[in-house]
Design a protein around this ligand. Sequence first.
Ligand SMILES: [Fe+2]
Length: 391
Amino acid sequence: MKFTKKVLAIVMAVLMVSFILPVFASAEADTTLQFGEDGKFQIMMFADSQDDEELEETTTQLMRKALATYKPDLVIYMGDNSVAPGEKQADAIAAIVAPCVEAEVPFTLVFGNHDQEQGVSNDDLLKEYQKYPGCLAVDAIPELYGCGNHNLTILSSDGAKVAFNLWLVDSGTSTEEAGGYDYVREDQIQWYKDTAAELAAANGGEVVPAMSFQHIIVPEVYDALGMMKIPVGIGEWTFDGQAYLPIPNFGSYTGYVFEPPCPSHINGGQMDAWLETGDVMATFYGHDHVNDFTTSYKGIDITTVPTVGCNSYSNDINRGVGLITLDESDLTTYEYEALRMYDFALAEGSKILECEGALSKISYQFNKFIDGFLTKLHELVSGFSLPTFGK
Ligand SMILES: [Fe+2]
């Protein structure tokens, strides 16, 4: 009898170890970001999915196909993620995170100007996201302006050190004070500076190279794009006291500026803080759904990610997802690619063509042709720029 009890106890212990250990191991795997054995780390961005609980089938299939094709290490939802009325927001979130959950890809997010407009606070929306495995988003300091400000570090492939850092920042909504779209506030910027200093201190005094992600673009984009400065504002395009005509210098960017970018009219000093700190090499935004460009301001890249959402205002030519590839052998640079929906729709085995609301095969082929044509045209006119008359 005693012997039977002993055997039973040993069997139970073995069973517990074999069940419990993998749970802890997988919990760690879910929350630790690390460069792969090949030295690479890929981040996929889904911007402005902006749909209700009945997410367009084409959006779901676009996300699924992109994840299956590239198998990224992390997904970032770039804001204006879900816009279902009231309590239906929970179902809308379930729909947009489903492709990541199915593919077992960890994800995080920033909020846009529309997420909390549906009667559920961003605090409560964040709790919904956190119910799903792989969600890495947290509200690091709840007292800070906005919700969900946090950073995620990526370990080197040998796990010996923090090799890279990602800033996820809430750029707010629309406020009367800002006369339109919101901006990143002083307390958030101070948190960024303090945390970057802590990371640097733990890294032998060297800043940890980083990228920053938020929904609403910074006002410096108007200077980066070489928008015409004019002495008196004649439209809504006055930022930080400077009026512009929204006509870019074609040589100042790659990709598309299909609409004037929409930053806040107030500059909270976020770009200055990045420049002063020196860790951020590139910044990524959603918000302007049809835009899909990369430009640079004093050495910091500014990239808008085209919309992934098929049920919001967007553009069939450049709709898609953004993909960043980091290589730990040289973290002073990176690769970025805007991946087009038409390519995923035309790829072998794609289910996009079968979806309700999908375009025809010939329409996707036509979009591909137009995209190629416009890209060539842009290259031809990229030497042409207009004069500026402002300060
Ligand atoms: Fe949006």
